[in-house]
Write a protein that binds this ligand. Structure first.
Ligand code: UYC
Length: 229
């Protein structure tokens, strides 16, 4: 292993996540040695809580064209690094796949469908969730959905991110909308074409909640006991 690669690996192992995210593209650029190192690193994280860096490493391997990366993920992390737990038997494999593929628009649509599925037959038929149904949503499933968004977006997307921003603005929706890119001046961002379906989006941009029927549903979602520490 050339010494510059060794140095990158050494730096990556220091575990300061800001540096790790910075070095990641350079490690990937070294080709097979970088991929093998990152595979081994990710393997060692197994059994620990998912992290932003873990998500970024998974994503780097997922996007790599080297067969070694694909083989490793298929063998060791076929459904990603977030445990796809559900308390009601819902399968989140497809949501994980769409997020890994960076198909944020399809993932957003599927997220809304999953929330309806969790809320029950009425919501599935209606295709949107009523605010009184939101508080009944199972915490485990909300955690899974949120973790999938969070760890596939370098920590940018997810309900928990939106909640943190909302609380930081004293629950003032008029301040939140422009911050997360849902409104600009007096204009609501138009669905779907005007939303940003990639990581250049502002923090908290996704997943979307349609505001056509008012703020009660999102208010209830961001107040769910799931987000209390
Ligand atoms: N849409 O404007 N939205 C739809 C958003 C509003 C509207 C879907 C988000 C404002 C109509 C999603 C924003 C508004 C439909 C979102 C936004 C409006 C629709 C698909 C910024 C007009 C057609 C899922 C807050 C001024 C469907 C779904 C319908 C769809 C998301 C109009 C995900 C975040 C107030 C007419 N909009 N939505 O819910 O229900 O249908 O008629 O929020």
């Amino acid at each position: 292993i050339p010494s510059d690669i060794a140095e990158l690996q050494e730096k990556f192992t220091t575990n300061i996540s800001k540096n790790q995210l910075q070095i990641l593209p350079q490690l990937v650029a070294t080709g097979l040695p970088g991929i093998e190192f990152l595979s081994e690193w990710l393997q060692q994280q197994r059994g620990t809580e998912p992290t932003i860096v873990g998500g970024a490493v998974y994503q780097a391997l997922y996007q790599s064209e080297l067969p070694a990366a694909k083989d490793f993920l298929d063998r060791e992390f076929p459904t990603g690094i977030v445990p796809l737990t559900s308390s009601v038997g819902i399968d989140y494999t497809q949501l994980q796949q769409l997020l890994a593929q960076r198909n944020f628009q399809a993932a957003d649509k599927l997220t809304n469908e999953k929330l309806c599925e969790l809320a029950g037959a009425d919501a599935v038929q209606r295709k949107w969730i009523y605010f009184t149904e939101v508080e009944q949503l199972p915490t485990i499933d909300l955690h899974t959905i949120d973790a999938l968004w969070l760890f596939h977006s370098e920590g940018k997307f997810g309900f928990s991110v939106q909640r943190e921003m909302w609380l930081g603005m004293s629950k003032n929706w008029d301040k939140l909308w422009p911050k997360i890119g849902w409104k600009e001046g007096n204009n609501w961002t138009r669905y779907p074409g005007s939303f940003t379906w990639d990581l250049t989006a502002p923090r908290g941009h996704l997943p979307l909640s349609n505001q056509l029927r008012g703020v009660r549903a999102i208010s209830s979602l961001l107040s769910h006991p799931a987000w209390e520490k």
